[in-house]
Write a protein that binds this ligand. Structure first.
Ligand SMILES: Cc1cc2nc3c(=O)[nH]c(=O)nc-3n(C[C@H](O)[C@H](O)[C@H](O)COP(=O)(O)O)c2cc1C
Length: 193
């Protein structure tokens, strides 16, 4: 395919926002398949395909919340009942939770950091594709994302890294307005003051 100017695509990128409040319906499996096709086109040095996604829906969300809470309690036995409750119920903030991790491999030319970046790009691509189909999402991490005990319970290998929890569903509210950023604050011209 030859890529032609596509202002609708550009405009969608320029207006992307997260949606922390999400409700049913979640995308169906055909819609998810379309979105994964977009995610899998993330830039990826040496085509290592490091991204992995684990979906939780329905009752699996409570099971996932319980797994996370149990793991976090192993590491932090002094968590309060309210904190444990929050961990247990966290995944139910959206009809679909997608756990994304990087399946990292030793490669002579592609350090783990690049594989992690590729996985982040894939997760971002997934969120953009979901938005293109009219769904909302928000990428979250928090302490459980970096917990060894959580990684173990999820069956990650020692070298793998959790990249984020993508909460997915139908946005409960309209897009928030976001102030436009000033290019000069972020972009400079090499060789010019
Ligand atoms: C790697 C990563 C981790 C994040 N973790 C959290 C998080 O744990 N909690 C949260 O509220 N937002 C988190 N965010 C930010 C939200 O996804 C979102 O970008 C932010 O709320 C700003 O809203 P916006 O995307 O609409 O601009 C994270 C974003 C990234 C890229």
């Amino acid at each position: 395919m030859t890529f032609k100017e596509n202002t609708a695509f550009l405009s969608a990128l320029q207006q992307r926002v997260s949606h922390p409040r999400l409700e049913s319906p979640a995308p169906n499996s055909d819609q998810m398949a379309s979105c994964y096709r977009a995610a899998f086109r993330a830039p990826d040095h040496a085509w290592l395909r490091p991204w992995r996604f684990v979906e939780c829906q329905g009752e699996q969300r409570l099971a996932m919340g319980s797994l996370i809470a149990e793991a976090m309690q192993q590491e932090q036995p002094d968590l309060t009942a309210a904190q444990v409750d929050k961990l247990v119920n966290g995944p139910q903030r959206a009809p679909l939770l997608i756990i994304c991790y990087a399946h990292l491999t030793d490669h002579p030319k592609v350090p783990a950091s690049e594989q992690l970046l590729a996985t982040g790009c894939a997760l971002y691509g997934l969120s953009l594709a979901l938005r293109a189909l009219g769904f909302g999402s928000v990428w979250r991490t928090g302490a459980s994302c970096y917990s060894r005990a959580v990684h173990n319970k999820l069956g990650l290998r020692e070298q793998d890294q959790l990249v984020g929890f993508l909460y997915v569903g139908t946005a409960s509210a309209a897009d928030k307005s976001v102030p436009e950023l000033t290019q000069n604050d972020f972009v400079s011209q090499f060789g010019r003051p």
